[in-house]
Design a protein. Structure first.
Ligand code: SF4
Length: 84
């Protein structure tokens, strides 16, 4: 899928369920909250494609935890988590 997939259009970010609270998507303490938002988001596919295309290493994208900035040096347990 391209970033401008015909199904969702180039303005998919306007339909992001996380639009009003993006900070929770980069905070490991709020990961459950963020994943619950992703679970009901209609643009998970283009979001994940965007993260892949931009090699996003940190945060939650498309309902998948890609990683968090290590604050204690330990990110184990986060990388396999998914919404829904
Ligand atoms: S899938 Fe999750 S991170 Fe992506 S736009 Fe939707 S709510 Fe935001």
């Amino acid at each position: 899928m391209s970033l401008h997939d015909d199904t969702f259009g180039p303005d998919w970010q306007d339909r992001a369920a996380c639009g009003s609270d993006p900070e929770s998507f980069f905070d490991p303490k709020r990961a459950d909250e963020a994943l619950a938002i992703c679970a009901r988001c209609e643009v998970r596919e283009p979001c994940a494609a965007y993260a892949d295309a931009n090699d996003e290493q940190f945060g939650i994208w498309g309902g998948v935890v890609r990683g968090f900035m290590p604050s204690g040096g330990n990110r184990r347990g986060w990388s396999e988590r998914r919404a829904g």
